[in-house]
Design a protein around this ligand. Structure first.
Ligand code: ASP
Length: 339
């Protein structure tokens, strides 16, 4: 009798793990995301969907080419993210969302799973590709994270492309800010309570990539404009190692997207790695578990991850997450909605 009960419990446990996603086992070399959000199929035009799919495809191919050329996972992650940073559809680089004060303040981080070296920048306003600056911090400085003006001076000295703040402007994001401010005015202060309920659910749109290179090394990176209407100096999870980004050859490479405050509090990316390392969870079990924890706290978003065997997982608890993956033979998969 005890055995029957145990089998039933185990059956439900196993079948409920990762109920949202088809299995993605082995053979993958690169996974990317272009943010998690709330847009429903009814709110998406065919043109827009096509543009997102092609943006994701271009990013996947840019990263994949690096892997094929025998370059590092870090090179692949950076190349994929650069493509999305330059594409105004995504909330990173050009097309970043606006702060409450009408500025674009960008965050990014990158991590090498072999050496556990990492670099990050936060609150930068003139660096065209923040992921390049994160990489420069990792490779050309003795620090891990630089913020604001200092990060910008360092990026300039490292020879990176510097632009005027207005380079990041897009009309769509500007309108997004006006809508957010309007919606906020309509709510009373009490609706923003400490557990986060009542916070307006804007589309996010951060970008990220995780890769497994030919030498078996893992790498992860994330780049974002943060959240629409964020207040002065606010920094999300994207540049925080262990929260929005993490890579460790012993476990997995992870990049997150979603409501950053919850991802920081849940230390999501490291938690996923820790579950694999300490509990022997698979990348899929660990991914589902950490997103569930974020949801239980009242947050939303998703993540992408890849382990050293090329198994991947892409769980999220929002309506959509723009995402794609490519196998070592160059077979691409692009998804927006669930399932
Ligand atoms: N996680 C990002 C942040 O909170 C936002 C996003 O993923 O779109 O800054």
């Amino acid at each position: 009798m005890r055995l029957i009960v145990l089998s039933i419990v185990l059956f439900f446990f196993v079948t409920n793990l990762g109920a949202q996603e088809p299995q993605h086992q082995g053979e993958y070399v690169l996974v990317i995301h272009g943010g998690a959000g709330t847009i429903l199929k009814s709110g998406m035009t065919p043109e827009k969907e096509k543009a997102y799919r092609s943006g994701l495809e271009q990013a996947l191919l840019a990263g994949y080419n690096k892997i094929k050329e025998g370059k590092s996972g870090i090179d692949a992650v950076q190349a994929a993210i650069n493509v999305m940073e330059d594409n105004p559809l995504f909330n990173a680089g050009k097309g970043a969302v606006f702060t409450h004060d009408g500025k674009n303040e960008l965050d990014a981080s990158i991590m090498d799973g072999k050496t556990l070296k990492a670099g990050a920048v936060a609150g930068v306003t003139v660096i065209k590709n923040p992921i390049d600056a994160a990489r420069a911090v990792m490779e050309k400085s003795e620090h891990v994270m630089m913020v604001g003006k200092g990060a910008e001076i360092f990026a300039k000295q490292s020879g990176l492309t510097i632009v005027k703040p207005k380079y990041f402007y897009t009309e769509e994001r500007w309108k997004g800010l006006q809508n957010a401010i309007r919606e906020e005015k309509m709510k009373s202060d009490h609706s923003y309570n400490s557990n986060g309920t009542g916070y307006p659910d804007y589309k996010f749109g951060t970008v990220g990539a995780v890769a497994l290179d030919n030498d078996g090394n893992l790498a992860a990176g994330t780049s974002t404009g943060g959240m629409t209407n964020k207040r002065y100096g606010r920094v999300g999870d994207a540049p925080i190692l262990g929260a929005g980004t993490y890579a460790n050859n012993n476990t997995a490479a992870v990049s997150c997207t979603g409501w950053g405050e919850f991802f920081i509090r849940s230390v999501v990316a490291f938690d996923l790695s820790a579950m694999m390392e300490y509990k022997g969870a698979t990348v899929r079990q660990a991914g589902d578990a950490v997103i569930k924890k974020v949801g239980d706290l009242g947050g939303n978003g998703g993540l992408i991850s890849i382990d050293k065997k090329g198994n991947i997982s892409m769980p999220f608890n929002t309506a959509v997450m723009y995402r794609g993956a490519i196998t070592k033979d160059g077979k691409t998969e692009i998804y927006i909605y669930k399932g």
